[in-house]
Design a binder for this molecule. Structure first.
Ligand code: UGA
Length: 447
């Protein structure tokens, strides 16, 4: 059993690790600067929705090996490991904002004990070279004789699956220059039985960015193919299935739609692009990934504009507000950009999301927020499905149609069956699912 302090212990990543490390039998103190959050957590309430989080939090509090504090002195008093899980948002030019990380590194350095080693585990996603920066800042503020090491340990957690992904990792990546320190961190994860990749700091840091950028590239790739499908009269869902059956390609992250969002992909692809530019390269592929992604949302709105003969004065029901299914997170949500563009063109929005309504009431209070999809569809000229919530798959389409004023159903996630939609009297428009009649140009060989 080890004593572990998790800095940023109230956020998605930090809280996930705090409860999971306690579950593995360690003594864990989560540190967060937000006093309200800390009070909530100590009372057993989670400030964010993640499957399994609340029960593990309750277990840890009850067992007495998990608590939260706002005090660095308290959190670091006996810590052998300090997990650095503070946020790294983007600066306006896309570069990662390291201010929170620097502040945490300074605070950790100032409180390092002498006479025993402390290992700082860097989980925050930071540009290549950042672990060296953390070591420098900790060292510059540490008392004489303090003994510490930094280990880079990027996380690959999906929102909504944080607890599952921590407890069932497909790999553990450890970067550092001290084999004893990396071995000590590897031992924390040993009960999980995952393969461990040991490398230097910079390679570990790049693995995180490259993994996210690759997944984002897969999405933009299929969205590019979707555009082609629309022009050539093919169906991207079938194309993706046919591609995905090749085990070298795989079926995941090949769902065409209105693009990727969330707090990670847009930020990390942007930061990697900036890193490559900073290194004197021209990251054409990464730039294209971002461009195709922005285009996917724009095209969705442009198409609605064309199919409704203008958006001014139209009522649009938007189904799904979260950036993906399974979360209440609205950050960088494609649905929100779509709403912004629709509103700028004079449309009125009625919106529904199975889980993000509380967040929407706080952040999007000007929208008409509806209890369910049918209520949202009332009097709407069009329904635009933006988040692939599984519950929307089983929508009663005749009932949806009956509630609407118009008949346009735009499926921004290719979730619904076009035949069922047409049978229900709806005009169905998916992404990359052209019909021969839908205006595709003649295929080259048919000309
Ligand atoms: C992503 C990565 O999947 C995690 O491995 C990583 O740890 C995390 O970022 C991070 O850096 O912290 P997450 O942002 O939770 O996780 O979301 P994903 O499930 O990857 O989805 C991202 C976006 O891509 C969503 O907007 C989703 O709707 C979209 N998407 C996903 C598609 O448009 N098509 C697909 O085929 C898959």
């Amino acid at each position: 059993m080890s004593t572990i302090c998790v800095v940023g212990g109230g956020g998605y990543v930090g809280l996930g690790y705090a409860v999971a490390l306690a579950r593995l039998g360690n003594q864990v103190i989560g540190l967060d600067i937000d006093a309200e959050r800390v009070a909530m957590l100590n009372a057993g309430n989670t400030p964010l929705y993640e499957d399994g989080l609340e029960s593990l939090l309750a277990d840890g509090l009850l067992a007495g090996n998990l608590r939260f504090t706002t005090s660095y002195d308290d959190a670091l008093a006996d810590a052998e490991f300090v997990f650095l899980c503070t946020g790294t948002p983007s600066l306006s030019d896309g570069e990662a904002d390291l201010r929170q990380v620097r502040a945490a590194a300074r605070a950790i350095g100032e409180r390092l004990p002498t006479g025993r080693r402390v290992i700082v585990v860097n989980k925050s996603t930071m540009p290549v070279g950042a672990a060296e920066m953390v070591a420098m800042v900790v060292g510059a503020n540490a008392p004489h004789g303090a003994d510490f090491r930094v280990v880079s340990n990027p996380e690959f957690l999906r929102e909504g699956m944080v607890v599952h992904d921590i407890l069932h990792p497909d790999r553990v990546v450890l970067g550092g220059d001290d084999p004893d320190a990396t071995a000590a961190v590897a031992a924390l994860y040993a009960p999980l039985g995952a393969p461990v990749i040991q490398t230097d700091h910079r390679s570990a840091e790049l693995i995180k960015y490259a993994a996210n950028a690759f997944l984002a590239t897969k999405i933009s790739f299929i969205n590019d193919i979707a555009r082609l499908c629309e022009r050539l009269g093919a169906d991207v869902t079938v194309v993706a299935e046919g591609m995905g059956r090749d085990p070298r390609i795989g079926p995941r992250f090949l769902h065409a739609g209105i693009g990727f969002g969330g707090s990670c992909f847009p930020k990390d692809v942007g930061a990697l692009t900036r890193m490559a530019e900073g290194a004197g390269l021209h990251p054409g592929l990464l730039r294209a990934v971002l461009e195709i992604n922005a285009d996917a949302r724009r095209r969705f709105v442009t198409r609605a504009d064309a199919l409704l003969n203008g958006l001014e004065g139209r009522t649009v029901a938007v189904l799904g507000l979260a950036f993906k299914e399974g979360t209440d997170d609205l950050r960088e949500s494609p649905a929100i950009s779509v709403i912004d563009m629709l509103e700028e063109r004079g449309a009125t929005i009625r919106a529904h999301d199975p889980r993000a309504m509380a967040n929407a009431a706080r952040k999007l209070s000007h929208l008409v927020l509806c209890d369910d999809a049918y209520h949202a569809a009332e009097g709407a000229d069009a329904v635009m499905l933006c988040t692939p919530w599984p519950e929307y798959r089983s929508l009663d389409l005749p009932r949806l149609r009956a509630a609407m004023r118009g008949d346009l159903l735009m499926d921004g996630r290719n979730l619904l069956d076009p035949v069922n939609a047409v049978d229900a009297g709806l005009r169905y428009e998916g992404i990359g699912r052209a019909t021969k009649e839908s205006g595709s140009i003649p295929a080259p060989l048919a000309r």
